[in-house]
Design a protein. Structure first.
Length: 216
């Protein structure tokens, strides 16, 4: 092997290794992936955009393949993807077309066929227009909160067969905590009010009060 030919690949692997170590501990002190728990949270806030696509792909693909082999009737896996537009986007200039296609195919296969193997997906996103239309159209149930962007509303209208015209027209005027529930859970789209989460369990994701900050 000629060093000048493989050096770029090695340097890229070393760079990826540093980013992955920001998420996973490879020292062996923690134990198995599940660590005797049935819930694992993967926090990607400290990695770059490339890793936000790569790590979920590798992890999801590994877990899905394992569950396809197990076929245990008393066990199932639910993969929850928050900020899904960062992971399931179909528009990407940072990766090759073949790699992007592979990334989306893994998640699309789970959406379409995963339930046969006890693997399900729940996704949450503020920008549905950035997510693969195949993934959106294959979901079984939808909780659609207020959407202001015309592109997002059009994407929802085009890909979700459960919605009627009245439900689509109501999306820009929904109040906080109100959403349209559509899918196999309901015979027809209904508007529901989601209860506020208790203060002790609330995530730190509220917009900063600028007027209060300026006053201080």
């Amino acid at each position: 092997a000629m060093n000048e030919h493989i050096a770029p690949a090695i340097n890229k692997l070393k760079s990826n290794e540093k980013n992955i170590e920001k998420v996973f501990d490879f020292t062996g002190r923690i134990g198995s992936f599940w660590n005797k728990s049935n819930i694992v949270v993967i926090n990607l806030c400290n990695v770059n955009t490339d890793m936000k696509k790569l790590i979920p792909l590798l992890l999801t693909n590994k877990l899905y393949r394992e569950y396809k082999k197990r076929r245990e009737s008393n066990s199932y896996l639910n993969i929850i993807v928050d900020e899904a537009h960062n992971i399931l986007s179909y528009q990407s200039t940072r990766e090759s077309e073949s790699w992007k296609d592979y990334r989306l195919e893994v998640f699309e296969e789970i959406i379409k066929e995963g339930r046969k193997f006890g693997v399900f997906m729940t996704i949450a996103s503020q920008r549905p227009s950035d997510i693969s239309s195949t993934i959106i159209s294959q979901l079984h149930n939808y909780f659609i909160h207020r959407l202001m962007n015309e592109k997002d509303i059009q994407q929802v209208n085009n890909t979700i067969s459960y919605l009627d015209k009245v439900s689509v027209e109501s999306l820009p005027i929904l109040s906080t905590g109100v959403c349209v529930l559509a899918g196999q859970l309901a015979e027809m789209p209904i508007i529901v009010q989601i209860d506020r989460i208790e203060d002790k369990n609330k995530p730190q994701n509220e917009t900063i009060n600028l007027i209060e900050a300026w006053g201080k």
